[in-house]
Ligand binder design. Structure first.
Ligand code: NAD
Length: 512
């Protein structure tokens, strides 16, 4: 594959097997079972690895700890320079990086390019942040004293990622973590290991020209769930950032909590859009189709529940179905395609099971849901995005099925719409389409959407890196990327300095 050759990823292997342990001066094969990763486009084998084992983690951890000692005292703006150059390198290879995403995750090229752009954007953001790692200065109640707080590097940070944003999620964590002074160990999804090697190579190209930066600042281990579990359990990581299913997050959170570490969780969503009778329906339609069918329904922010007012619901469903009928489904590497494949057969089976459950629970599939085999590469699992009309409280509607199924629910008054929006266990992204100021403000108010993201007149997906990204309840409560998310990667110290000649005690206590 030309993109792997250009990126230098093809040199990261021994024979046909890619390295699974990449840290500092060590690049090594995994010592566990062999596995192969396949492209969702046509099922073809893309790569072959041996799983890195939990036993191999010890050697990596030693290098991460050494790297931390060096990185934590390099001035933050210099760490910003590292990230600035990584951003430049990613710009240079943007197309090749996007091709690796398309091959491994099945994204159409415009979306894959958009994901690389997110990496580049978060580099720019992090470079600025590297000069703004501010603490407060605080007045003291004692004469001759002052107080201040400082933010210090935290330690090695582990980043466990999902298949569907194989570059952006690492970049959100790693670019900020690096300017904060933390070495980053990535454990990517076993479905997208080449993306991890490509990012590693981009970062190492830069580090090669910056001899003060320890190589292990950017490290990768490729392995399965047992490796993820060992990372979560390891005292070396004061912070474990994990993105994936809620089941995974619950396991990681418990393991990390047992040793009183911190976890930063970005888990499943069950995102809804309320369409009010006053809504601009042309705008809503565009937002619905992109948010529900884009990336073949495999975004954490994919629109899964459309909560439409009873006066507009029939016409809206008709228009969405018509738009779905024109979606070009097929090879994501071909220009003009809008919907690529599901990641693998398991996702297809889960989608079919969800559609069966929806029918058994009183739902009606009004469009799509079937496998598409004409005009698409054989061996891939392509589907026509589905529209299902169903009651808001059918149990299947409260689950996240990671495939393009849009459940259409109906409401009669706005309070009821809000209650429906909030009744699921997940709390990631939400949207309202309305021209009513009262509805818009109520939706964003404390009595409104309970999600981490609450949008007005734009869809649920496509967050900008400048905001803090994440969600509540079973989505895990983490916030990444913009705003003050950098604080996750640092520890705060409060300093009290006595510049007087006395030692007055706080609260005026006399102790003698
Ligand atoms: P997944 O949970 O199957 O895997 C995610 C990662 O966790 C992989 O690297 C996997 O090896 C690892 N893992 C699995 N079990 C583990 C355990 N017990 N301990 C430690 N690590 C473990 O998820 P997936 O199928 O790759 O991704 C889809 C899911 O990710 C969806 O639920 C989606 O909503 C979610 N997601 C959320 C966000 C967000 O920001 N909230 C972003 C992207 C994806």
């Amino acid at each position: 594959l030309a993109c792997l050759e250009t990126l230098g990823v093809n040199s990261l292997k021994q024979g046909d097997t890619f390295y699974s342990v990449l840290t500092g001066n060590t690049v090594a094969l995994g010592e566990g079972d062999a596995f192969t990763a396949h492209s969702p486009i046509d099922g073809a084998q893309l790569s072959q690895f041996n799983n890195a084992t939990p036993a191999q983690l010890d050697a990596v951890n030693a290098q991460l700890q050494e790297a931390f000692k060096v990185l934590r005292v390099i001035p933050a703006p210099r760490r910003g320079e590292l990230v600035r150059r990584i951003g430049e390198e990613a710009r240079k290879y943007k197309t090749e990086l996007a091709e690796v995403i398309a091959l491994e995750a099945g994204k159409i090229m415009p979306e894959a390019l958009g994901e690389v752009q997110e990496w580049i954007d978060v580099c720019d953001f992090a470079v600025g942040q590297s000069r703004m790692l501010h603490g407060l200065s605080i007045v003291s109640e004692r004469p001759g004293h002052r107080m201040m707080e400082q933010w210090h590097p935290l330690g090695p940070v582990a980043v466990i990622t999902a298949f569907n944003f194989p570059m952006a999620v690492w970049a959100w964590n790693a670019m900020l973590g690096l300017v904060c002074g933390d070495p980053i160990l990535l454990k990517p999804s076993e479905k997208a290991p080449l993306c991890a090697l490509a990012m590693y190579q981009i970062a190492q190209n830069v580090i090669a020209d910056m001899p003060d930066i320890p190589k292990a600042a950017v490290s990768v281990m490729i392995g399965g769930r047992d490796l993820g579990e060992a990372i979560a359990a390891s005292e070396v990581f004061p912070l474990v950032s994990a993105t994936g299913s809620t089941a995974m997050g619950k396991a990681v959170a418990q393991t990390v909590a047992k040793r009183l570490g911190r976890s930063l969780l970005e888990l499943g969503g069950n995102n809804a859009m309320i369409v009010s009778p006053t809504a601009d329906l042309d705008l809503a339609l565009r937002a619905i189709v992109f948010a529900a069918a884009g990336t073949a329904g495999q975004r954490c922010t994919t629109l899964r529940r459309l909560i439409a007012h009873e006066s507009v619901v029939d016409g809206l469903v008709e228009r969405v179905a018509k738009a779905y009928g024109t979606l070009r489904i097929g090879n994501p590497l071909e220009e003009g395609k809008l919907v690529g494949p599901l990641i693998y057969e398991g996702s297809f089976n889960r989608m079919q099971a969800a559609l069966e459950a929806a029918k058994a629970q009183g739902g009606e599939v009004v469009f799509g849901g079937e496998r598409v085999t004409e005009g698409v590469p054989a061996g891939g699992f392509y589907v026509r995005p589905a529209i299902v009309r169903i009651a808001h409280d059918a149990p299947i509607v409260h689950e996240e099925t990671f495939a393009p199924i849009l459940y259409v629910l109906t409401y009669s008054d706005f309070e009821q719409a809000l209650a429906i929006q909030n009744e699921v266990p997940q709390g990631l992204s939400s949207a309202v389409f309305t021209e009513s100021m009262r509805e818009a403000e109520l939706f964003m108010s404390p009595a409104g959407s309970d999600c981490g993201i609450a949008n007005v007149n734009i869809g649920t997906s496509g967050a900008e890196i400048g905001g803090a990204f994440g969600g509540e309840k079973e989505t895990g409560g983490g916030r990444e990327s913009g705003s003050d998310a950098w604080r996750n990667y640092m520890r705060r110290t409060t300093n009290t300095i006595n510049y007087g000649g006395d030692l007055p005690l706080a609260q005026g206590i006399v102790f003698e």
